[in-house]
Design a protein around this ligand. Structure first.
Ligand SMILES: *[C@@H]1O[C@H](CO)[C@@H](O)[C@H](O)[C@H]1NC(C)=O
Ligand SMILES: *[C@@H]1O[C@H](CO)[C@@H](O)[C@H](O)[C@H]1NC(C)=O
Ligand SMILES: *[C@@H]1O[C@H](CO)[C@@H](O)[C@H](O)[C@H]1NC(C)=O
Ligand SMILES: *[C@@H]1O[C@H](CO)[C@@H](O)[C@H](O)[C@H]1NC(C)=O
Ligand SMILES: *[C@@H]1O[C@H](CO)[C@@H](O)[C@H](O)[C@H]1NC(C)=O
Length: 597
């Protein structure tokens, strides 16, 4: 049933865009959109609704799959056109099947508007040619800015989304969906109370990511895809997959099949080449670049299940903590031609499978424990003066191979800051230990990623996963983990990654990542471990740590918008936690402290 178009209703609830756009001017008129609205792709084909069989869309039960469709990836990376066509489909699904009734954002006696104008068309205008590597950009290569206008002329309304790249169109369509709410009364219609709308938007940081550890626990591809979709919905553009570690090796390497046959937790808890390709493709299609990490030389003891001769200090007990940050201990030997040959085979197999979908490859390098090399028969020393040149050779070998495969290496900060290695200027150095680390990396002229664990480690504060013997239990009481307390969204949101970086080095800070290490996370809690806290990080990454006036971002301003994003994530099938009671959003200013209007 079509709503009556009688009069303009002035409503109090503003459609919140998360992350905050650079410019968001809006009115307070009601405009409706019907599921029959035409999306016109200016300069290309008109795409009718419903989409015919351009791809093999197969409607299935909405709870089985995120979008209610199954999508079959092609063999090469998606083009910008693929991305936009897919984004138009998901825009429609989001608007009409993954939307929510915003009662929590109105007083108790609220009823939805009964009239307003109607959107007659949505025009999408790609202003420029996409570069060839639109699916796998290096930081800074793609202009993700977009302009969105929703005009209202009497009872008619038109939407225009323009961008210089297909990725910009994707970001604009995401914001477009956030203007609209589900209707309780009118099936097939959604409405905004914020017309007319004028948005200009562009990201602050080029690299906006989440890092998920899929080694400590295995995650089904469907859980990873749901996570990728939620990332894209927060305008995050990098998904860092920490795909192997000491506890399990789930990545199938056909040239070294025993790695996953012996190293995965279970034979079915693996990422086959088909699944791995599908995940990379799926991410690209959402404007998210999947970055694969094989962490080494530490964090590798799962290799010992198939190649015991390559690992030193494997599974030392009970003194594992002398040799590693976590059990089981073990590290790739540092002066071994067998290790070199193994890595050559491993990366020769893997890197060509990464290349179509990413410009990066992460070679790890965190938490290397020097003591382990006392037990390495090729070294037998923990002396930094002995180890350092070997580590330099190790990383040079790896990075040369990564570059030959057409990829840019990423490493953890320790390789540069603790091991004093000479790294290529192309290498991105990922910090995690401190704000000083970001400053030190950029002072050395390197590109840096931020993600200080005191703010952006999402696993912190759950308490220990180690069990303490009664004889030492009291000294560990009350069993806090190393990075406690729990990092609530306000702490994540308060993080200013540039705090210690001099202005002249800001250009070297390409972005950052929030991290979820999965010792205590699996499919049952991954959604609420990530969301909506990763969304708080997403706003820092997209909109910057300071507001338009250069002030610290306000929790009072952000909380209702983040609450709304949380509702939108839940509507998408993501189990995001609430950040406050309905009372707080229903009553407007009821839940503040220290606020004087
Ligand atoms: C809702 O309640 C408020 C306060 O009790 C009142 O001012 C307002 O007029 C009511 N609105 C409607 C639509 O009944
Ligand atoms: C597109 O590029 C032009 C020229 O560089 C720039 O002025 C504009 O802000 C960009 N973004 C959009 C959405 O038009
Ligand atoms: C590394 O291995 C080579 C060849 O086995 C050996 O000659 C050399 O002494 C080793 N280096 C160290 C530091 O142990
Ligand atoms: C790196 O340099 C620092 C400071 O000069 C030094 O303390 C440290 O031992 C060096 N690390 C290695 C592995 O040589
Ligand atoms: C802004 O936040 C920083 C922490 O990022 C804090 O040190 C500073 O005091 C805050 N400034 C104001 C004006 O509150």
């Amino acid at each position: 049933m079509k709503p009556h178009i009688l009069q303009l209703i002035f409503a109090s609830c503003t459609a919140a865009i998360w992350p905050a756009p650079v410019v968001y001017d809006h009115g307070n008129h009601v405009v409706w959109v019907s599921n029959r609205v035409a999306f016109n792709w200016v300069g290309a084909t008109t795409i009718p609704y419903p989409q015919p069989s351009l791809y093999n869309w197969k409607p299935i039960h909405p709870y089985q799959h995120y979008f209610g469709w199954e999508f079959y990836p092609r063999n090469e990376a998606p083009t910008g056109r693929d991305m936009i066509e897919y984004a138009i489909q998901s825009t429609k699904t989001t608007l009409f099947s993954r939307n929510f009734v915003p009662w929590k954002f109105h007083p108790r006696n609220w009823t939805e508007p009964i009239s307003g104008a109607c959107v007659s068309e949505v025009n999408i205008q790609l202003l420029g040619e996409d570069p060839e590597d639109i699916a796998k950009p290096l930081a800074g290569q793609i202009d993700e800015s977009y302009r969105l206008t929703l005009t209202k002329n009497g009872e008619d309304s038109k939407v225009q989304i323009s961008a210089n790249s297909s990725l910009g169109i994707l970001r604009g369509l995401t914001s477009f969906t956030q203007l609209f709410f589900a209707s309780e009364k009118h099936d097939g219609w959604v409405y905004t109370t914020s017309a007319p709308v004028e948005i200009y938007d562009a990201p602050t940081f080029e690299h906006r990511g989440v890092n998920l550890d899929v080694s400590r626990h295995y995650f089904e591809p469907s859980d990873i895809k749901r996570t990728i979709d939620a990332l894209a919905y927060n305008k995050l553009n990098r998904f860092h997959l920490h795909i192997t570690d000491s506890q399990s090796w789930p990545l199938v390497i056909p040239a070294l099949p025993s790695l996953s046959i012996n190293g995965a937790y279970r034979p079915n808890q693996v990422y086959s080449p088909e699944v791995f390709k599908d995940l990379q493709y799926y991410a690209s299609l959402h404007g998210v670049e999947l970055i694969t990490e094989i962490d080494m030389p530490g964090h590798t003891s799962s290799i010992a299940h198939s190649h015991p001769d390559l690992i030193a200090a494997f599974d030392r007990q009970p003194d594992w903590d002398t040799y590693a940050a976590e059990p089981p201990s073990g590290t790739l030997k540092l002066n071994s031609t067998a290790v070199d040959e193994f890595l050559q085979t491993l990366l020769d197999d893997l890197l060509p499978r990464v290349f179509p979908y990413s410009s990066y490859f992460h070679t790890g390098g965190d938490e290397v424990n020097k003591n382990a090399y006392r037990l390495d028969d090729t070294v037998q020393s923990s002396d930094p003066a002995v180890l350092q040149p070997l580590m330099q050779k190790f990383i040079d070998r790896n990075h040369n191979q990564v570059r030959k495969a057409g990829l840019t290496p990423i490493v953890w900060e320790e390789m540069l800051l603790d091991w004093n290695l000479t790294l290529g200027k192309d290498v991105i150095v990922q910090s995690w230990q401190s704000d000083e680390a970001v400053a030190r990396i950029t002072a050395k002229g390197h590109k840096a990623l931020f993600g200080n664990y005191k703010y952006w480690y999402l696993d912190c504060g759950k308490g220990q996963w180690l069990n303490f013997d009664p004889s030492v239990s009291a000294t560990h009481y009350p069993y806090q983990d190393y990075c406690a307390p729990f990092h609530n969204w306000r702490l994540i949101y308060s993080y200013d990654p540039l705090a210690l970086v001099p202005r002249e080095n800001h250009h070297l800070v390409v972005g950052g990542e929030a991290h979820l290490w999965a010792e205590q996370t699996d499919a049952t809690n991954v959604d609420r471990m990530l969301w909506p806290r990763a969304a708080a990080a997403a706003e820092i990454l997209w909109s910057g740590a300071k507001d338009a006036q250069g002030r610290n971002r306000s929790q009072i301003e952000a909380a209702p918008r983040l609450s709304e994003m949380r509702e939108r994530l839940v509507a998408r099938g993501v189990g995001a936690e609430p950040i406050q009671m309905p009372y707080c959003t229903m009553e407007g200013m009821g839940c503040q402290l220290g606020y004087t209007p």
